[in-house]
Design a protein. Structure first.
Length: 226
């Protein structure tokens, strides 16, 4: 059973802080107090499954690279690294669970994936001196309003965010660019549907694949290269 003090519940592309002791006049849906929602409540929809109807992974198990036999080289993952400890979370697993509550090098994180909009993010689970737990809310907001042509790859470097319109990039060639004051190179392969980014020194940069509206919502200061 999940702890009953306030914790974060995940909506695709949206986090709600759920206070269990809501006011009597609060607008609610599926047991959530939406009175402090930062998006129009009328645009929030029920997704079908009830809260926790899609079970999060709360005790993930990991396989050494040498023993992995269920992934293809072109499979998509979201990765997280801290203090030399690296973890990879395959989309083919996340699509069934959407959320992984994990601890990497002592840092509690939540790996969140929305299969409707193809966006994956990592969040810190520490808040106000507590370690919070994420679960699937059963609610949706702006889940499928954009077309695939608005798919972007985003990178963050030294506090600067930049997105790249996938369909607008040259295919199978490296493109020089700038993110803030740092020179970078980006590459897109349509065969494997993979996007790579690295610094001028060859250091690989983490990449987030997302719809433009999702990336822009998380990083409103972002720049866009077309």
């Amino acid at each position: 059973m999940r702890e009953q003090y306030p914790y974060f519940k995940i909506l695709p592309l949206l986090l709600f802080f759920w206070i269990t002791a809501g006011t009597t006049n609060a607008q609610t849906m599926l047991g959530f107090d939406l009175s402090n929602a930062t998006v129009p409540v009328k645009e929030i929809r029920r997704g079908g499954p009830p809260p926790d109807g899609i079970p999060s992974i709360d005790k993930p198990q990991f396989t050494p690279v040498a023993d992995i036999d269920y992934l293809e080289p072109e499979d998509t993952i979201i990765a997280f690294e801290k203090d030399g400890v690296a973890r990879a979370y395959p989309f083919r697993i996340l699509i069934w669970h959407e959320i992984v509550n994990d601890v990497v090098a002592g840092r509690p994180i939540a790996v969140v994936y929305c299969p409707l909009c193809g966006t994956a993010m990592v969040f810190d689970r520490c808040y106000d001196e507590r370690t919070l737990e994420f679960g699937v809310s059963g609610l949706l907001y702006n889940s499928d309003v954009l077309e695939p042509k608005e798919w972007v790859a985003g990178i963050r470097l030294n506090g600067q965010a930049k997105a790249y319109h996938i369909e607008g990039l040259p295919k199978n060639q490296w493109v020089d660019d700038q993110v803030g004051d740092t020179s970078v190179r980006v590459h897109y392969s349509p065969k494997t549907e993979s996007f790579q980014a690295e610094t001028a020194d060859g250091e690989t940069l983490p990449v987030v694949h997302a719809f433009w509206f999702a990336w822009q919502a998380f990083y409103p200061e972002t720049k866009l290269m077309k």
